[in-house]
Ligand binder design. Structure first.
Ligand SMILES: NC(=O)C1=CN([C@@H]2O[C@H](COP(=O)(O)OP(=O)(O)OC[C@H]3O[C@@H](n4cnc5c(N)ncnc54)[C@H](OP(=O)(O)O)[C@@H]3O)[C@@H](O)[C@H]2O)C=CC1
Ligand SMILES: N[C@@H](CC(=O)OP(=O)(O)O)C(=O)O
Length: 370
């Protein structure tokens, strides 16, 4: 069956009024088979019309049919959620853990952006252009929790996502990486709404984002690692023959609205390392399972390599492939490690909502969402 001929699947959105929630609505409003059915947010918004309580920040209007939808409390028994084949979560991380668990316990399927379950040994942490094979732990999660249907899948931190796509291309072509150093320049929208005060960010760079560096350093190895052969445990990029990648991150906030940039240096395990020409080719030729499956949100190109010496740039390149790809440029020799380059991701699309949606599309293809 082609992706477009799937029967309609009703979906819910938790945190529907927020930065990520608005992207979910924009992207799902025209989806070929996911149909927006229920919206949830805090008690501040619940029981009111979506358009009245949302400070909509996207340049396309709120879809007509969403404007008058009534926002629900984020409870699995609130109107509409029980009929949903999948519930997407863009919930504030402070509340996501308990709410998503309540939905899973009610046998609902949750695809989350929040950090709460990324390190859970039963939950896959999936970047759809990299490791959708990790979905195969879902039966183990269900059986461990005695659930017939419900489970939680998470996607990664937005900067981690922009980093691991090019790293996956390098590992696919040249084998395990040894060391990665990344400095990020992260957009304001990454902090949600209203986010960082204008007096803090205008004319400025803030060299600290709480908890961000640890997330990049830890999540990279879960994503680039595998599942052990019994599908019951992640190997966190550590097997008899492969060591975890040493990852060091420095994260900064910059006055950009959307688009996280990463300045990356990599050391390979193989010696001698590949040439810059071979690395450039590996990025350009990288393809992934989401593309092979032909899911609707997969970009035609997972990595766009820029030849101009002053690209990628957030304002010019974040919209490529509808924000579903990673841009890479400035690929060159590194006098300390082996290669350095710059990457760019749309933090609210591939860094958040697009990843959740693409993960769910892949799960539909694999039979984990009916
Ligand atoms: N922004 C980004 O680039 C990325 C964000 N994420 C993650 O996605 C999640 C959402 O982030 P973002 O959209 O930026 O955050 P926002 O602050 O913009 O939105 C938060 C949402 O959570 C809802 N909410 C807050 N408190 C409660 C509560 N007590 N009960 C129910 N709902 C509540 C809000 O509803 P209300 O409007 O009613 O207050 C709102 O819909 C976070 O976990 C974040 O870490 C992940 C990757 C990237
Ligand atoms: N912390 C990220 C966004 C985010 O919410 O990340 P996470 O989902 O890992 O908490 C940023 O500020 O750009």
């Amino acid at each position: 069956m082609s992706a477009k001929s799937h029967p309609e699947i009703k979906v819910g959105i938790l945190g529907a009024t927020g930065t990520v929630g608005q992207r979910f609505i924009q992207l799902l409003a025209s989806h070929p088979y996911f149909k927006i059915h229920a919206l949830g947010a805090s008690s501040r918004s619940a029981s009111q019309q979506y358009s009245k309580v949302t400070r909509w920040k996207l340049s396309t209007p709120i879809p007509d049919f969403v404007q008058k939808m009534v926002v629900q409390d984020c409870r699995p028994d609130a109107e509409g959620f029980a009929e949903c084949g999948v519930v997407f979560s863009g919930l504030d991380a402070d509340v996501a853990g308990d709410i998503e668990e309540a939905f899973r316990s009610a046998n609902l399927i949750v695809y989350s952006n929040a950090k709460s379950y990324r390190r859970d040994p039963l939950c896959p942490l999936i970047v759809p252009l990299v490791n959708p094979s990790h979905l195969s732990i879902i039966p183990r999660q269900r059986s461990a929790l005695s659930l017939s249907k419900g489970y939680i899948v998470t996607n990664a931190n937005c900067s981690t996502t922009g980093l691991v796509v090019p790293l996956a291309a390098l590992e696919k072509a040249f084998g395990p990486l040894e060391t990665v150093m990344v400095t990020t320049l992260q957009a304001i929208s990454g902090a949600g709404y209203p986010g960082v005060s204008s007096l803090d960010i205008l004319d400025n760079v803030v060299p600290h984002i709480g908890g961000e560096e640890e997330k990049i350093e830890w999540e990279t190895n879960k994503i680039l690692g595998g599942l052990r052969s019994d599908n019951k445990e992640f190997d966190l990029h550590a097997t008899d023959s492969v060591k975890p990648i040493n990852v060091s991150a420095t994260c900064t906030r910059v006055p950009v609205i959307d688009g996280h940039t990463g300045v990356v240096s990599v050391k390979f395990s193989c010696n001698p390392p590949p040439s810059i020409e071979a690395i450039d080719k590996a990025f350009r030729e990288f393809t992934c399972e989401a593309q092979e499956l032909g899911v609707p949100s997969a970009p035609a190109q997972a990595i766009v390599v820029h030849d101009a010496p002053d690209r990628p740039q957030p304002r010019l390149d974040r919209d490529l492939h509808n924000g579903a790809c990673v841009s890479v440029g400035r690929i060159r020799d590194c006098p300390v490690f082996d290669v350095k380059f710059v990457c760019l991701i749309d933090n609210v699309r591939l860094g958040a909502a697009t990843s959740s949606i693409m993960n769910a599309e892949i799960a539909v293809e694999k039979g984990y969402i009916a």
